[in-house]
Design a binder for this molecule. Structure first.
Ligand SMILES: [Cu+2]
Length: 241
């Protein structure tokens, strides 16, 4: 339906221009850059395919509910097969200084340069269907062959180093940290880097983060232990729900 509409628009535009005796606009300008990065030819059917593909992707990204069933079939690779994206990390990574023992009590982090000081990469969250959310982390530039912890945090990177972990069920009454700091109640994306310093992690939870209450992904110096402890915060990137 979209293809027909776009093709019809192009044809109509050229026809109108022809009537106005400005044939050059349609016949001599073979290709023009389109805003989505593809090229548009005035007469080409191939172009509409490219444009439609981009529009389809945009549509999937902005209408998660209608694509929920696609998310179910996407498998563990995450971003393939049209799973609706709920959120992505954005902007530059913030590197937290590791030179103040009081602020960063972990010895491994304070003794050496930040092992995540050159981190790059992204985190995406997808609608996995049935109310579930799948997170996929792909990072590079870290110290090779090292274990890291990583979580979804409540605050922005610039706000008290992203604050604490986002939790689906916050602590209430007598519930201690151990009862709510778990990989099913929080987003844990721990990983071990390969020899090239790259790491990946995927986790799926049966809930969606509440809008406005989760704002960043933090990488820690240690793999996450019981109770959510993972040592110093090394780096942070914005990821807003
Ligand atoms: Cu954390």
């Amino acid at each position: 339906m979209t293809k027909l509409t776009r093709s019809g628009w192009l044809s109509g535009a050229c026809a109108t221009l022809a009537i106005l005796s400005t044939l050059g606009a349609c016949s001599s300008s073979k290709t023009t850059p389109a805003t989505d990065g593809s090229t548009t030819t005035a007469d080409g059917a191939a172009t509409t395919t490219t444009v439609d593909a981009a529009k389809a992707a945009d549509s999937a990204a902005t209408t998660p509910d209608t694509a929920a069933s696609a998310g179910d079939t996407a498998g563990s690779t995450g971003d393939a097969a049209g799973a609706a994206k709920l959120a992505s990390s954005t902007g530059a990574w913030v590197i937290f200084p590791q030179t103040t023992p009081a602020a960063n009590p972990d010895a491994a982090a304070t003794a050496a340069a930040n092992p995540a000081m050159n981190v790059a990469g992204t985190i995406d969250a997808f609608d996995a269907g049935g109310g579930k959310t799948r997170f996929v982390l792909n990072v590079t530039g870290l110290t090779p062959n090292m274990e890291f912890g990583s979580h979804l945090h409540k605050l922005a990177c610039a706000d008290t180093m992203a604050g604490g972990h986002y939790q689906n069920v916050p602590p209430t009454g007598d519930a201690g940290p151990a009862t709510v700091a778990s990989p099913t109640n929080e987003i844990w994306l721990d990983f071990t880097t390969n020899a090239a310093g790259a790491g990946t992690a995927t986790t799926t939870v049966d809930w969606k983060p509440r809008t406005g209450e989760a704002k960043a992904i933090v990488i820690h110096v240690m793999r996450t232990a019981d109770g959510g402890v993972a040592g110093s915060k090394l780096a942070c990137v914005s990821m807003v729900f």
